[in-house]
Design a protein around this ligand. Structure first.
Ligand SMILES: [Zn+2]
Length: 469
């Protein structure tokens, strides 16, 4: 039984899918005007872990996400660089794929761009006008926020507060066009000839930001979906407005479970360009050779809690991950020397830890508690690696279990050669062979060669082992 914390009710609720065995899930993606930052990566990884755990539990997950590829920031950047908007959007959409690949984030089932669904957006906006929820004003179309009952509930905002904030934010043009300061744009008229725009019943323009997610969730998933995710900063206004638009149009509940991930601080401060601690994934990957350690740090904190990203926390993540890799590797060596059979006491221990892992993940994806179970298995793996005699089936079962549980966190690279160069791993293979065929001369030569490449090889009564120097 999986329990999910629902931002809407502020309670952990028993998860019940609309269709048994299937999950329709929508997660807001980035605006593609720059490289994604560590906060975007955290959100992608948090919901990748949620998805992977549902898949581990046997669910078929339909995961839809978007690229916002038309908005003020993209238009501004295109102007600065003297290129068109799609050049900017294409460049950073490609960069998103390149940056998320080393972090082992599964591709969405559908990844749609706002500009792929413009005709659907125009139909959607037209329906909102027909129903009296939206109105045209000098080429813009605004949503009547107060007309939607329960506006602001998701982020627990009250109307008076929202009104005060909205009035302070508006420029003069918007103030004169809106009936009410808290109304929000679903369609924006284009201001300049050279700006990207589409023909619509309200003249040339482009969609407001919030509308694309309402349209895509409905187009690629359903009127009512199981899970909608995103960073907690999106609860208002973005998700608040998505609920209003979608439910105004269909009259149905839009989302059954709203899930929001916590912030990432950098060196204990909120990340911002003015503080000079703005961290893009592109730079992180260029300056750090173990992307799985980055993934480990971002995946093993409970998704709603804040994460502090610093050289220290990253190093701690790497050390912890290396403990798991080393245990996995050392136990793998024992496959050669194990005797056929099972060790019932250890089998029971493995089953207990699988059950603890699942209880932790069932409890709103409590990854730190789930990880504690993996470390119990790692301790057992270390003990077995040193034991005089081990049972083959149990060694294999323990290895498979550690790998399977770590793959829920998206860390699938625990294999013996995971953190080695191709040359190092070829030499290790040759040395194993030399040792097995009692070619002591070759085996000594290979040990020297490996030593020069930073790998220390030891022969133990339990077989060959190695570690980094
Ligand atoms: Zn969105």
């Amino acid at each position: 039984m999986i329990h999910v914390y629902n931002t809407l009710t502020r309670e952990k609720e028993l998860f019940k899918p609309i269709t048994p065995g299937k999950i329709n899930m929508y997660v807001c993606g980035p605006t593609v005007y720059n490289y994604i930052h560590i906060g975007n990566a955290r959100s992608s990884i948090a919901f990748d872990v949620v998805r992977r755990y549902f898949e581990y539990r046997g669910y078929d997950v339909n995961y839809v996400s978007n690229f916002t590829d038309v908005d003020d920031k993209i238009i501004k950047r295109a102007r600065e660089q003297g290129v068109d908007e799609m050049t900017i959007a294409n460049r950073y959409a490609d960069a998103f794929h390149q940056d998320t690949l080393p972090l082992n984030i599964k591709p969405a089932t559908v990844r749609s761009r706002a500009t792929d669904v413009i005709p659907d957006i125009i139909v959607f906006v037209g329906d909102l006008i027909k129903k009296g929820y939206a109105y045209e004003s000098e080429g813009d179309v605004y949503f009547r926020a107060k007309r939607f009952k329960g506006y602001g509930i998701l982020a627990h905002q009250d109307l008076a507060e929202m009104e005060a904030n909205a009035a302070g934010r508006l420029d003069d043009i918007e103030l004169t066009r809106k009936e009410d300061p808290i109304d929000f744009a679903v369609w924006k008229s284009s201001h300049a000839e050279d700006e990207i725009s589409w023909q619509s019943p309200w003249g040339k323009g482009r969609p407001g930001w919030h509308i694309e997610c309402s349209v895509m969730a409905q187009k690629y998933l359903a009127d009512t979906i199981d899970i909608h995710g995103g960073g907690i900063d999106l609860a208002f206004p973005h998700h608040t407005n998505e609920i209003a638009q979608s439910e105004a149009r269909t009259g149905q509940t839009f989302v059954n479970y709203w899930m929001h991930n916590g912030f990432v601080n950098v060196n204990d401060e909120k990340m911002s360009k003015s503080l000079g601690n703005f961290t893009t994934v592109h730079d992180m990957l260029a300056n750090y050779d173990d992307p799985m350690a980055i993934r480990y740090l971002l995946a093993t904190t409970q998704y709603r809690r804040p994460i502090n990203y610093s050289n220290d926390t990253l190093e701690q993540a790497r050390v912890a991950l290396d403990r798991i890799r080393t245990a996995y590797r050392n136990l793998s060596f024992r496959l050669e020397t194990a005797v056929v059979g099972q060790d019932q006491a250890i089998e029971n221990m493995i089953e207990n830890q699988i059950s603890n892992f699942e209880s932790a993940m069932d409890d709103d994806f409590n990854t730190p508690n789930a990880l504690a179970s993996v470390f119990e298995l790692v301790t057992t793996a270390n003990t077995l690696a040193e034991s005089r005699q081990v049972s083959l089936e149990t060694v294999q079962h323990l290895l498979d279990t550690i790998a399977k549980l770590m793959s829920v966190f998206g860390i699938e690279d625990l294999s013996v050669q995971s953190d080695l160069t191709k040359e190092q791993s070829e030499l290790l293979k040759s040395r194993t062979l030399a040792r097995d065929t009692h070619d002591f001369e070759a085996s000594d030569r290979l040990r020297q060669a490996l030593r020069q490449l930073g790998i220390v090889v030891e022969d133990t009564p339990q077989g060959q082992r190695w570690h980094k120097a």
